[in-house]
Design a protein. Structure first.
Length: 337
């Protein structure tokens, strides 16, 4: 029994070492990346609130605060700092844009917390599926006659079963991580904030007196640095169509972001032709984009519990049944002797 426990502990230590070697960056791990993102958003909200309090109390933010604003994680740092500095330089009010940036960060922080809570069931299933195999194997080792006579053979069977359950657990964790972002691939998740921050950057340029077409071009130039595929999807200029996407490759969130870019361009074009302000149209498009993204995330999370059954039936259940059948086979061979 002691050999069995030590073997399993060594196996889990080896799996952990291999996983750390394959994923040296803690941010690449789904669970840690979510906590890290929430912590970064908390720092963004705190700095926005600190600068906002300075303006409301009649003080001028220090150079250190502006420098910290520029060093915020992408896409907040450069987009927010350039937007606020541009407004100050042109004598436009800074507080409305600053409050919108802080409200956007707070909303994203709340959405991440809600997504983390609703995906907790799948994460618990993943941990339970990994822990169930060694517990079940230990019970079979104790109660089945003849199994204790073949400890090394039973150990190999247990290692294979744990490997299958680990594959199922990693699959469930990946599904939970994807559902938290509404089905977006890992390389496209920066689009969620980049699209909304880009819209806020455009609004700040228009409020500071820039023409809408030039403000759009300036926004796209910043997006090319923060999220080049997003800038390409929205088109290189205000009068240019969006890049064609591969059929069947887009998810719901990606389609919503692409449609938001097209709606922004249509609203700006109509405003230019009518000679009216485009601020209200752009604000309504950004609000609609935020609601669409939240609905897509909610849909993916509601389907997560059902989808998580697939790895359980493909990997975890066969590992337990196979371990039981193998134990019964060893018992039958010992009894027949």
């Amino acid at each position: 029994m002691l050999l069995w426990i030590l073997a399993f502990l060594g196996f889990f230590y080896g799996v952990g070492s291999l996983f750390r070697a394959l994923c040296p960056n803690p941010g690449s791990v789904s669970l840690l990346s979510f906590r890290r993102e929430k912590k970064r958003l908390g720092e963004v909200v705190d700095l926005f609130l600190e600068i906002e309090d300075c303006f409301e109390s009649g003080l001028v933010p220090t150079d250190e605060q502006w420098e910290r604003l520029g060093h915020l994680p992408a896409p907040w740092g450069r987009l927010s700092s350039l937007s606020l500095i541009e407004l100050r330089r042109n004598g436009a009010p800074v507080l409305p844009t600053l409050k919108r940036f802080r409200a956007l960060a707070l909303q994203n922080q709340a959405d991440l917390g809600e997504a983390q809570g609703r995906s907790a069931q799948a994460i618990m299933q993943a941990g339970f599926s990994v822990a169930l195999v060694p517990i079940f194997g230990s019970v079979l080792f104790l109660i089945l006659p003849g199994v204790s006579a073949h400890p090394w053979l039973w150990l190999i069977a247990g290692v294979v079963s744990i490997g299958l359950s680990l594959a199922g657990a990693f699959w469930m964790l990946k599904m939970a991580d994807t559902a938290r972002w509404g089905g977006l691939a890992h390389e496209k998740r920066a689009w969620v904030l980049a699209a909304q921050c880009g819209g806020e950057r455009f609004l700040s340029l228009v409020r500071s007196g820039s023409p809408p077409d030039l403000a759009w071009n300036e926004t796209l130039s910043l997006l090319r640095d923060q999220a080049p595929p997003l800038a390409l999807m929205w088109g290189n200029s205000l009068w240019e169509g969006a890049a064609a996407s591969r059929p069947g490759r887009e998810g719901l969130c990606e389609k919503s972001i692409a449609q938001a870019g097209a709606s922004l361009k249509r609203g700006i074009q109509v405003s230019l032709m009518e000679g009216r302000s485009c601020v209200e149209r752009v604000e309504s498009v950004l609000i609609a984009l935020r609601e669409d993204l939240r609905s897509h995330v909610s849909r993916e999370l509601s389907l997560l519990a059902t989808r998580a059954l697939k790895p359980l039936f493909i990997f975890v259940a066969p590992s337990l049944i196979g371990l039981l059948i193998f134990g019964l086979w060893i018992t039958a061979m010992e009894v027949s002797r």
